[in-house]
Design a protein around this ligand. Sequence first.
Ligand SMILES: [Ca+2]
Length: 329
Amino acid sequence: MKNTLMLTFLLVLLSLSYRVEAQFILKNSAIPLGNDCYQLTPDEKSTTGQIWNEKKLDLEKDFTIEATINLGAKNSGADGITFILQSSCLFEGSGAGGIGVSGIKPSFIVEFDTFRNSSQGDPPDESGKDHIAMFRNGVIKHNSFYHLNNDVGSIRTVVVDDMENGEDIPVRFTWIALDKSLGIYYMDSLILRYKVNMFNDIFGDETLVYWGFTAGTGGSSNKQSVCITSFPRDEALVDNNTCSLSIENFREKSIDIFPNPVRNILHVNFKSEIITPSLELFDLNGKQIKVVNNMLLNNNISLNSLASGTYFIKIRNQQRVIINKILKL
Ligand SMILES: [Ca+2]
C-alpha cells in the first residue's frame, strides 16, 4: 500500500514537471533555463530562437502577459527580441535584422531592436540608444505599410536608452478585448498601443492566436533571453486545440533516448521513420557542442570527449522539436 502511494506520488510529480516543461514550443537556438525562462539566442553570430506557448490566446477575452527581457550586455551587439501574436506554432522567422520573426504572417509584432539596420528605416543609435515599434505580418520595416500606428501618440518608433545593459527589463502586454487594444508597457510605462480591429486587420476572422517571443543575431550578436513572469494559465482563456499533441507524440511514442545519465555512448532510437531529423547538443550556456544531421533509425552518439555535466539535447524535424536534459558522467 505504501509503495502504491509512493508510486502515485511520483507519477503525479512527474506529470507536474512534464506539464511545466511542455508549455512552450522551442525552435532553433531556444533552450529552457528553468522557471519559465528561456535563452533565445546564444552570443553567436547568425542565430535565431523562437518560443511559442503551446496554447492559443482567445482575442475575445482580456489577457496580460508579463515578462522580463534581457538583450545582452554588449552595446555593439544585435539584433533584439520580439513579442509576437501569430497563427501557427510551427512558424519561425529569419535572423539578423529579421529578429527571428521576419516572414511570419499573419502576425502582430512588437520589436525591441538593438541594432540599426538602415535598410529597414531604423532610427539612429547614438549613445547606444535602441528602439521599440509595432509591425504586422513579418515585415519590420519602419515607415512602411507594415509599421503599425501608435494609439497613444504620434510617435511610431520609440527610442529608448541602451537596452543592451545586461539587465532583466520588465515588459508587459495588455489586451483589452472590448476596446480591441493592446498596450505595450516598457519598464512599467505605457509606450505604445495598437488599437485597430486586430481580428480583421491582421487575423481576418481568426480570434485564436499563438503567442511567444523571438530573437535573432546576425553579423553582431548578444546572449538574449526572456523570463515569462505572468501569462494566462486559466483554461478558459485558451483554445484546447494545441500543438502539444504532435509534440507529445514525437516525445513519448516515437523516440527512445538512453541511458541518462550517460557515460560514453548515448543511444537515440526512433521507433518509426521520421523525416530528416537532426540532433543538436548544447551546454548550459546555450553553446552548440555537437550537430548530427540525417539521423538514422538507431543512432549511437559518442559523448566521450565531453566534460561531465548537464547538457541539452534537441532533436527536431521540420514540424517538431523535443528537448531533453542529459547528464554526462
Ligand atoms: Ca544599444
